[in-house]
Structures are given as C-alpha cells and as structure tokens.
Design a protein around this ligand. Sequence first.
Ligand code: SF4
Length: 380
Amino acid sequence: MTRRGWCPTVFEPMQSGDGWLLRIKPRRARLTAADAAAIALAARHGSGTLSLTNRGNLQLRGFPAHGIPLAVNALLEAGLADADPEVERRRNLLVPPLLGLDPALSPALPAVIAGLEAMLADPLLAALPGKFGVLADGGGALPVGSERGDVRVHVIGQDAWVGLDGSAQAVACAALDVADLAGRLCRAFLRVRGNATRMRAVPAGQIFAAAGLAPSATLPRPSAPSIIWRTVGFAWGRLHADTLAKLATLAGEVRVTPWRSLVLPEAARDRDIAALGGIIDLDDPRRAIVTCPGRPSCRSAFVPTESDAAALLAAHRPRGLLHLSGCPKGCAHPGPAPLTLAGEPGGTYALVRDGRAGDPPLAIGLSVADAVRRLAYAPA
Ligand code: SF4
C-alpha cells in the first residue's frame, strides 16, 4: 500500500506501530468547523486520535487496512485533499497560520500563495520528492520564517524575496513574480539534483545558475512570534479528532501551526478549551517537552517517549525546551534543541546538547531518571 521512507498522504498511508496513518494537509493552515467535523468522521474508521506535525499537518492514526478507503472517501468528499494523488503529494506549502486574520501580514500574500499553489500543481514538477516543500512568510504576529522550506519566499508589502534552504542569498522581485521565480528554481533543482531529495543538499549557487537567476539580495531575517495571538497546545501534540471538531465549533474554525498547536480565531472561553485538553498557558510544563509518538505507536522507536515524558513531568520541571525523540531521526523537532534525549537500541537514551537528535551525544545509555539527575531538574 505504501513505500517506507516516503512521506504519507491521504493516498499513500504509512504503516506505523499503531496501525496505518494518513496525513491531511490543511489548505492555507485553515480548517473550518465543517472540515473538522469531516475529519472526526473519517477518524472513526481508525483510533480517532491525531498528531499535529511540525509542517502544520495532521496525522490521523490507528487505521486498520480496511478502514483506509472509508476514511479517504470521507476526506475527499469533504475536499480535504486534492483529487489528484500526485498534486496532493506535492502540495507542501507552509504559510502563516493567521492568513486573512492578521492585518500586519502583507496584503500581497494571498495572491502569492495562490500562485505558489498553482506552481506546485504543475505536472512539470511531478518528479519533486515527497518531502520537498515551499515556505511563504509575510511577517505578522505568527511568522513562519524560522521554519524550513526548500524554496523560501518572504513578502513585505508588494516586495518579495525568493531564496533556497541552506542559503541566505535571494532574488528580490515584485510579489506578482514570485510563483514564476519559485517555479524556475524548482525546475532547476530537478535538473541538477542527482540523487538529492532536498534543496539544501545541492549548492545554492548551482541551482540559481541553472535557473538563470543571479541572487543579489539577502532573505529578510524572520521576525519573532508575538504572544498577542495565543496558540493552544496539546500534550505531546496529540488530540482526539472529536476534540478538534469541538474546538472548531467553539471558534468557528481553527488554524494549524507548524509548532504542533492550533490557533482559535474567535475568543473561545479558556475553561472550555482547557476542558477539551487544550493547553493555553505558555508556561505549562507540557509545552516544554516536544515528543514524537515513540513506542509503540512508531515502529522505528526504541523508547516509549510519551509515557516517559509524562513520568518525567510528574516529578520534575524541565528548564527550557526538551526534545524527547523515539530514535535519532528526530521527527518531532528536526532542528537543534537546547536538550535532546534520543532513544537508542536497548531502550535507553542518548543526551544531545544544542543539537539535533542524530548529532553526536554527550552521553549514552541513560534512563530517564539518569537524564533527570544529570540535568539537575528541579522537583515539580
Ligand atoms: S523520531 Fe523515530 S521514533 Fe519518533 S516518530 Fe520519527 S521515526 Fe518514529
């Protein structure tokens, strides 16, 4: 039904430790109450749980093989995936979660995003790898410019910059030219990539040259998120699909962020959100731990990350961000974290400081209790 190592979609489910999973890519980071209700119905053919991903997507989990077609039909009927599996596979476009809500975002951004959506649907880009993605930032209160994108677009007013992952160089242009330039860079990547699957694996100068572009500008530095718009987190980035539907009903819609959280545009009452398991307080210690599903949900995991995270928080309070990863792949937090505990064969953890889950560790063979002692966490 699917190839391992491939990025899952609605059409290409991935087998995991808790059954098959499907990935939903909300269009422009938005799910209406009707969308969320359709997701809840589809999820009933599986375990009903979903994970929020760091690309602003949802993973519906725990499907038996016979439940997949039923769920996929429900999602397609609701318009939650493109009808063309190849277009759906390439539809990896990260945008600010407050698009259309935040007046500080560039007014040109919706048209830029529409152009990028059409560009990614172009059959000439059929060979783009499944993980390949485009990022379009426009500032505002919740900018996404610090996240990864193989092609990186930044829009301020009517001005735009188009650059590549792994390089600060960019081509400055008018906002209406972004999709054309981004398409040229994607086609150039396909011509010169060899076996590379991500833009950063190819020298940026080679791609700009193959696209016939001379980068003479620098990508604007991403601004920091503001707390004016609060995000709602969930322990370990997991929630039940019925909860998603209830939150979307409370708020009219939800926005999905690349920080494994949601934004509720309408002022839902805090106590209603908390009653559904939403974490509003930015200082809640559950926000300090980022975990992937770990064992048994993921077949690659060496450790039960979620129960280990719960046990850690029951007794201790982490200082700063702690990434608890089921294996060195580090799916939940691909970038560097101040502290990472990455599962290793045998069910112990490797400790990495200021690095990624797969970076050389400071120590190996640690239990969670060993790590807590080493990190001198205060009691909860
Ligand atoms: S980091 Fe490893 S254990 Fe965790 S979800 Fe990814 S592959 Fe699975």
